[in-house]
Design a protein around this ligand. Structure first.
Ligand code: ADP
Length: 593
């Protein structure tokens, strides 16, 4: 099967209501039921009106008997009771299933985001994604639980009343129906005007969320460089942009809303004029005209009342379109079920070329890292070393060529297979806002306490964890703010030890730790890396020297390859030069301390 063919095709956003169903999957069924019930409730509200007309009609023709009055009363009582029962059921369904359905839609979207290539996620702004999950889904929640049922409810009663009108006087009833049909295109136009502005507004809200997040996360740097005013002014700019679009919305919406109501209400004088015309022409009688004048308000009333929900309907539509934009992003292909099992744990690059954008970062790279050996990647900053790790872990996929683990193209492995085979130890350690225990067990949440402690011991972390106020139950802040650099690193190594995958990708920390921390981190790494296929972006001399194979990368190509003993002999070679530079830096550090 071609990798391209498996990607979802077609646009996700296909109009507001259809997109809602698409997003909510099977949960949408209960919402449809809620809407159908709301429609039924509105029809029930029309039944007393129909029987009122029936009684009036008998009065008009002088044929009213007590049994007519009793029937009308009985039916009205039953209809009112049924109406309230159905209303209760409709609201219950709408509220309860609405929240479940939107919750499910959030999960569907999150699941989709998790399957996007990392490159796509990084290129969309964090604020935009955050706003989708907060503002947009909240708007959709109100849209499906309030506005859409109200829309269908508003249609039920007028339909019932018009049907009754047709029984009494088809010509007059047709004039009422026509006045509504004529208002349709105007409503459609107003709708489009408002939706365009609503979409701009939602985009600006997302931009301001992004600026706020940027401001909060970067506050330390902003303060250190005394640039808080500048950052704040960027946020201020975003807030002003929202105010501007809100003003524009109000200024545009107010006249348009009033115009919409006028158009609908214009039906009343039109019906009066037509009724008068019919009456003067002898085509109808006074009592029919009077009945129509009473009934016509029951037709236009619910439609005019819809104005209250108009804003939610349009904002909901814009929010759904924004969610559709996220859902339209192509997922990274990975098979659902395993069809190939890696044979061994060799890692191989076969003529790999890659660029984050149109600029190539790796060119025609081929290498084999044998199972159980350590491959050190060295080279100047920006040479493409971390990118090689990114391609093995499928944070990105190669533009050309293949990356294999155990002889299988990584793109043919399921997410689970890849996860089981690889552990990535990043240079910047990220600890979640959770206990130390949960942070260590992150890759294997069902580990026993003994397993977690054994991993912590191997990673030289057990002692300092025990000394924390609540030991393994101590909560570490987001980003691990209340632990030292070396401690954070050892927790992340414990996490990797516990996961125990056969391939370890390691971006060796460049930040210099104090001598004691440095030694403990190195001891921890020895425990982690023992017997594994290790590919390390190496900065420390001992790591480089002891590697089974060294790859010297320069401007996206492997320039030299071999062991330290072989490469160091090639005087004038890139490795020789790099080694001398590193040694000088090392000597300088030793001398300085
Ligand atoms: P190294 O690890 O050797 O320092 P990298 O692999 O991180 O180098 O980067 C190689 C090149 O790719 C650099 O020019 C860098 O600017 C670019 N690069 C790295 N990450 C990204 C990214 N996420 N988006 C765009 N360009 C990137």
């Amino acid at each position: 099967m071609s990798l391209e063919a498996a990607r979802p095709t077609g646009r996700f956003y296909v109009g507001a209501v259809a997109t809602s169903w698409r997003l909510m999957g099977s949960r949408g069924r209960e919402l449809k039921l809620a809407i159908a019930l709301r429609f039924l409730q509105a029809m029930c509200a029309g039944i007393p009106v129909v029987f009122l007309v029936w009684v009036l009609d008998h009065l008009r023709t002088g044929t009213l008997t007590p049994s007519h009055a009793w029937i009308a009363t009985g039916v009205t009582v039953v209809a009112v009771a049924v109406q309230f029962a159905v209303w209760y059921a409709s609201n219950r369904y709408a509220w309860i299933s609405g929240y479940y359905a939107v919750g499910e839609a959030r999960a569907t979207t999150l699941n989709h985001i998790q399957r996007l290539p990392l490159g796509t996620i990084r290129s969309s702004s964090t604020g935009d994604v955050t706003a989708t999950f907060s503002n947009d889904f909240e708007t959709v929640e109100r849209y499906v639980t309030e506005a859409v049922p109200a829309l269908f409810g508003a249609i039920g009663l007028p339909l019932m009343v018009i049907a009754a009108m047709f029984v009494i006087d088809p010509a007059l009833a047709a004039s009422v129906a026509l006045s509504l049909v004529a208002a349709g295109p105007v409503f459609f136009w107003i709708n489009n005007q408002f939706k365009t502005l609503a979409l701009v507004r939602a985009d600006r809200m997302a931009d301001s969320s992004g600026r706020m997040l940027e401001y909060v996360t970067g506050i330390t740097v902003a303060r250190a460089f005394n640039r808080t005013d500048d950052r704040m002014s960027r946020y201020g700019h975003a807030v002003r942009a929202i105010r501007e679009i809100n003003n524009r919305l109000v200024l545009r919406l107010l006249p348009l809303g009033i115009m919409g109501m006028c158009i609908v209400q214009l039906g009343v004088p039109v019906v009066i004029a037509f009724a008068a015309y019919q009456w003067f022409g002898g085509a109808t009688d006074v009592s029919t005209v009077l009945i129509f004048l009473v009934l016509v308000l029951r037709v236009y009333g619910p439609i005019v009342a819809l104005v209250d929900h108009f804003e939610t309907l349009r904002l909901g539509d814009a929010a759904l379109e924004r969610i559709g934009r996220v859902m339209d992003l192509d997922e990274q292909y990975a098979p659902e079920k395993p069809s190939f099992e890696p044979q061994g744990h060799d890692v191989e690059f076969d003529q790999v070329t890659f660029g984050y954008d149109s600029t190539p970062v790796l060119m025609d790279v081929s290498l084999v890292a044998k199972a159980g050996t350590t491959t050190a990647i060295v080279g100047a900053s920006g040479a493409g070393k971390s990118t090689m790790l990114n391609l093995i872990s499928r944070f990105w996929d190669p533009t050309e060529g293949v990356v294999r683990i155990g002889g299988v193209d990584v793109r043919q492995l399921t997410h689970q297979q890849l996860f089981e085979h690889i552990t990535v130890v990043f240079q910047d350690v990220y600890l979640f806002r959770a206990t130390v225990r949960e942070n260590i067990a992150f890759g294997r949440p069902h580990s026993t306490n003994e397993e977690i402690e054994a991993a912590a011991r191997a990673a030289q972390a057990h002692e300092f964890i025990e000394a924390l106020p609540l030991g393994y139950e101590t909560l570490v802040g987001e980003g691990g703010a209340n632990l030292s650099g070396g401690e954070r690193q050892r927790i992340s190594i414990a996490r990797a030890v516990l996961k125990n995958s056969p391939v370890v990708l390691l971006d060796e920390p460049t930040s210099s730790l104090d001598a004691l921390n440095d030694r403990t981190v190195r001891t921890a790494l020895v425990a982690l890396l023992h017997g594994k296929t290790v590919i390390v972006v190496a900065h420390r001399l001992p790591t480089i020297q002891s590697a089974d194979q060294i790859l010297v990368v320069d401007a996206g190509r492997i320039e030299q390859q071999g062991s330290h003993e072989t490469l160091i002999r090639e005087e004038g070679g890139l490795y020789h030069q790099l080694w001398l530079d590193r040694q000088r830096a090392f000597d300088w550090r030793i001398g300085a301390s």
